[in-house]
Design a protein around this ligand. Structure first.
Ligand SMILES: Nc1ncnc2c1ncn2[C@@H]1O[C@H](COP(=O)(O)OP(=O)(O)OP(=O)(O)O)[C@@H](O)[C@H]1O
Ligand SMILES: [Mg+2]
Length: 687
């Protein structure tokens, strides 16, 4: 802006102090003047032009008057006085210096200035609204507003939650007007007196006792006591809803759904017909209650209406899963308190699935829960070794041994002695099917006999009590028995591959690892393809036996589960385990990055349905559509998943949904990270 501005009426000198509040004030006035002067100049120029071009069309007398009537900018007459005022103006001290007239002029100037400034209102205002008696059309969107006119006698905590989570465009506004307790007490006293006298009159007449009157009287008395003692306060509450839909038909459906949802809570609503505009305005975020339809409520039921309880998942027991991103509270939870303790974890690669589950494992171990892990990526070794667990590398090169003939420690007390042996024999028979391929019925009979005889050689029969305390037979013993049986030679030769030949190793000898430790991890990364079915069979049977042997809190973690469900045998097993886990105090955690593969397998979907705990971390856009359907996600939840960072996502526990941030302490992070940089740094430190 040039230093001097000639307006024809007043000259301002640029003498205002920079950076003070007066600066903006004077600047505003100047801008206003400039605007008015420019506007008037433009108008005058246009008028001159018009007069020139239509000189042979003389202006009518009335038109002239019209022209003279165009509003002129407010004239400031006391030029010097005003000028001086602006130069030395201090709003605190100099208030009195302003004359009434000057004040008015300044206000007018300010008004004119503000008139030309675009405000937030201009930005958010709709292009059109159409008000009809029954609906309110906003930019082509149909809306309908409702008010609550009656509440039930009892309100459940968090009753508004289903409506908040109702996945339609909706505005909800709530007006809470505190009332003075003493006023309320006066009214209540009167009411109680009325009810008592009605009761007395009824009794005098000999009429039957009116139970509804009794209830009302009881409630009123209770409230009177609570108000008097200051335990409760009294409020008037207005609750309004506005729903939006693209067309009348959809709006109708949505309205019915809303009414039903509220109806199930016995909360009665009516639409704001014939006052649609006022009803709509009442739900705008501007705190104007245009309807003023309120209900009386005391503190207790009012607090149950507080709508944000849904996003808190803090309980007194359990382990910490992470931070609640809605309110930074801790998500502390005991999965064994849910209807089942199973969990599914879905996310794209690198989003932090294994990290989250490792934290879960670490913290669960601290609470005395046993854990078994199937680790296909050799990721859990540090974790297992740090906590003193058993890490078993399932591979032909491994020097660790698991004996498939092992009998589980103690089955439940009701089971008879022989039971575990019979089970083991059946399982071994199945294992032989996998090892030796198809056999004739005669061969099968022979094999079953040989298995039982191998146990007998070690002194284990159907009648032996506590057989697990004795030494177990091995694959080699079975081979020897087969050799000694008539017709068993051929089978013995076929079995040789697994006792001395290429596939000997892992399963041919007595168990030499501690399978009783709190954390047992099976690394299946180096599992040879030919050995896969056999190994999985033995492994899964081991897990099953362990789970059944003693009732104890246990977790089974299956990482990269899409890999497991691809195979018929292991998929079926996992599904069966997930379904029955609850009865055995077991929680199965299934981790998968390949949503499509997992869901396409016949076992994937049922595993999800049978898992009460669901953790969704960052997703690839391709996967979201499928997930949205399977997990019934809202639009916001879907976009939250797409925009999540590593370790962020959604955590579902039963019906409760929260946005989660997985956090680890530095100590935990060291044990569980798979970040190559951090791992190298750790190794260097060790050296
Ligand atoms: N909550 C978190 N805080 C800090 N770092 C994390 C968090 N979650 C994961 N990370 C880091 O992100 C990386 C990937 O995590 P993680 O191994 O858990 O991914 P993933 O989802 O299991 O991937 P994949 O499917 O490939 O196994 C790791 O380096 C890990 O240290
Ligand atoms: Mg992983």
């Amino acid at each position: 802006m040039p230093d001097k501005q000639t307006t024809g009426q007043i000259t301002f000198e640029n003498t205002e102090k920079q950076g003070t509040s007066e600066h903006g004030f004077v600047e505003g006035i100047k801008a206003k003047w400039q605007k008015h002067v420019d506007k008037n100049k433009a108008k005058a120029a246009a008028r001159d032009q018009k007069e020139k071009t239509s000189s042979n069309d003389p202006i009518k007398e009335s038109d002239k008057k019209e022209v003279q009537k165009t509003p002129q900018p407010a004239k400031i007459e006391n030029t010097d006085e005003l000028k001086e005022l602006f130069e030395t103006f201090d709003p605190k001290k100099d208030k009195k210096k302003l004359t009434k007239k000057m004040r008015r002029q300044i206000i007018e100037a300010e008004k004119a200035y503000q008139h030309g400034v675009s405000s937030i209102k201009d930005l958010v205002a709709p292009t059109s609204v159409e008000v009809t008696p029954k609906s309110f059309k906003l930019n082509g969107m149909m809306t309908k507003s409702f008010f609550v006119f009656n509440y039930p006698r009892f309100l459940d905590a968090n009753w508004l939650n289903p409506i908040i989570n109702f996945d339609v465009a909706m505005d909800i506004s709530m007006f809470v007007y505190p009332t003075k307790s003493d006023q309320m007490l006066k009214i209540l006293r009167k009411k109680v007196a009325e009810m008592l006298s009605t009761k007395r009159i009824n009794a005098k007449r000999g009429a039957i006792n009116d139970t509804s009157l009794d209830t009302a009287l009881e409630d009123a008395e209770q409230l009177r006591v609570d108000l008097q003692r200051g335990m409760e306060r009294f409020f008037q509450v207005g609750l309004y809803f506005t729903v939006y839909a693209e067309n009348a038909e959809k709006l109708d459906t949505v309205c019915k759904q809303l009414e039903t949802l509220l109806g199930t809570q016995m909360v009665m609503v009516r639409s704001g017909d014939f006052q649609t505009e006022r009803a709509f305005e009442s739900t705008l975020p501007q705190a104007t209650d245009m309807l003023d339809i309120v209900q009386n409520m005391n503190t207790a039921p009012l607090s149950s209406t507080f709508p944000f309880v849904s996003s808190s998942l803090t309980s007194n027991e359990g382990i910490m899963y992470g931070l609640n991103r809605h309110n930074n509270s801790l998500i502390i939870f005991d999965r064994f308190k849910l209807e089942n303790a199973n969990q599914v974890v879905f996310a794209k690669s690198g989003a932090g699935k294994s990290y989250a589950v490792k934290l879960d494992v670490l913290r669960s171990l601290m609470m005395g829960t046993d854990v078994i892990i199937l680790d296909p990526e050799n990721e859990y070794e540090t974790l297992t070794k740090t906590v003193g667990g058993t890490y078993i590398n399932i591979s032909l090169n491994s020097d660790q041994r698991i004996n498939p003939f092992d009998l589980p420690a103690t089955f439940s007390k009701e089971e008879k002695p022989g039971e575990s042996l019979r089970e083991a024999a059946i399982n071994l028979s199945g294992l032989m099917n996998l090892m030796l391929g198809n056999r004739t019925p005669v061969e099968q009979g022979l094999m079953d006999r040989a298995i039982l005889q191998s146990y007998e050689l070690k002194g284990i029969t159907q009648d032996t009590e506590n057989p697990h305390e004795l030494e177990m037979p091995t694959m080699k013993d079975l081979k020897n028995v087969l050799e000694s049986l008539e017709g068993g030679r051929e089978l013995a030769v076929r079995l040789e591959r697994f006792t001395e030949g290429t596939f000997s190793g892992l399963f041919s000898d007595q168990t030499n690892v501690n399978l009783e430790s709190g954390l047992v991890t099976f690394c299946i990364r180096d599992l040879e393809d030919q050995l896969r079915p056999i190994s999985m069979y033995i492994l899964l049977n081991f897990i099953w036996n362990k789970v059944r042997s003693e009732l104890k809190r246990r977790l089974l973690v299956v990482d990269e589960a899409w890999n497991i469900v691809q195979h018929e045998d292991s998929g079926r097993f996992l599904h069966g385990l997930v379904k029955r886990a609850r009865k055995y105090y077991l929680g199965v955690t299934t981790i998968t990055q390949d949503v499509e593969d997992f869901l396409d397998s016949p076992w994937g979907k049922p595993i999800i349905t049978n898992s009460s705990l669901q953790l969704l971390l960052r997703q690839a856009p391709v996967a979201t559509e499928r997930l949205k359907k399977v997990f019934d996600l809202t639009e916001q939840e879907t976009s939250l998943l797409l925009n999540s960072k590593v370790g962020q996502g959604l955590f579902f526990a039963g019906n409760q949904h929260v946005a989660i941030q997985i956090v680890a302490s530095p100590g935990e992070d060291q044990i569980i990270t798979t970040n190559p940089e951090e791992l190298i740094a750790q190794r260097k430190k060790k050296k």
